[in-house]
Design a protein. Structure first.
Length: 243
């Protein structure tokens, strides 16, 4: 017999970035209990690991309807995995396109590894839903962000662990502009401000300048995507996500 399952619980893969912050809010709006898991894989923008705690604390303080639902945070150290890839995410290298046609910020199999660790944790915590910020609509081209890959991983985890996990990807079909709109829909301007001020997405780990869309260098692939989405959303009048 395994641990008791909490049917109305979710485990959010939470990096501290824009996408995972919106996913955390999405889960808090839907599940009675939400836990978070982060991964230290030697990323050069390790400041995101500090942003995680700032985001969690502010969510609990400013959204009392969610505070009671926010459960423990788990941090897993997997630096051995990060050292394998030799990418611009873990080494001081310029961001460019590799010979495979993929950004060299791509860490091979990162989301698959994250989901395996998260599922093992969820198995022990009795949590049936995993929530991740993977997106294939407006993204950097990482193959393990595609829903087809996530579906295959969901099947493999359920077969290999004799479980019935659901992997939820609420941003999968959204553009970055629509992700900003979803943040407003979930928590109004207060959540938008939280995402801008406290989350961290910049691959270079820069926290100095606060742009309209958040902290960051403004030139790495993550900043460019985030800024482009903000500009498109702002140009449309900053609406909520259409039903």
């Amino acid at each position: 017999m395994g641990p008791m399952t909490h049917a109305d619980a979710a485990l959010v893969l939470f990096s501290g970035g824009q996408d995972s912050t919106v996913c955390l809010a999405w889960a808090l709006a839907r599940y009675a209990r939400v836990e978070t898991v982060g991964f230290d894989y030697g990323q050069r923008h390790a400041v995101e690991l500090q942003a995680r705690q700032a985001v969690r604390a502010r969510l609990a303080a400013e959204f009392p309807q969610w505070a009671g639902r926010l459960g423990p945070d788990h941090m897993l150290e997997i630096r051995g995995f990060g050292a394998i890839g030799g990418t611009a995410m873990t080494e001081e290298r310029a961001f460019e396109i590799s010979e495979k046609g993929l950004p060299n910020s791509y860490v091979p199999g990162r989301n698959l590894v994250f989901l395996t660790y998260a599922a093992a944790l969820a198995d022990r915590r009795g949590i049936p839903a995993l929530v991740g910020g993977m997106c294939e609509t407006d993204y950097s081209g990482y193959p393990d962000c595609r829903r087809e890959a996530i579906d295959a991983m969901e099947r493999a985890l359920n077969l290999g662990m004799a479980q019935d996990f659901r992997i939820e990807t609420p941003l999968m079909r959204l553009t970055k502009a629509e992700t900003w709109a979803l943040a407003k829909q979930l928590g109004g301007e207060a959540l938008v401000a939280l995402v801008v001020e406290d989350s961290h997405t910049c691959y270079r780990g820069e926290r100095g300048e606060l742009h309209a869309w958040g902290h960051g260098c403004g030139t790495c692939p993550a900043c460019e995507l985030r800024a482009k989405g903000w500009d498109e959303w702002a140009a449309g009048g900053r609406p909520e996500l259409a039903a």
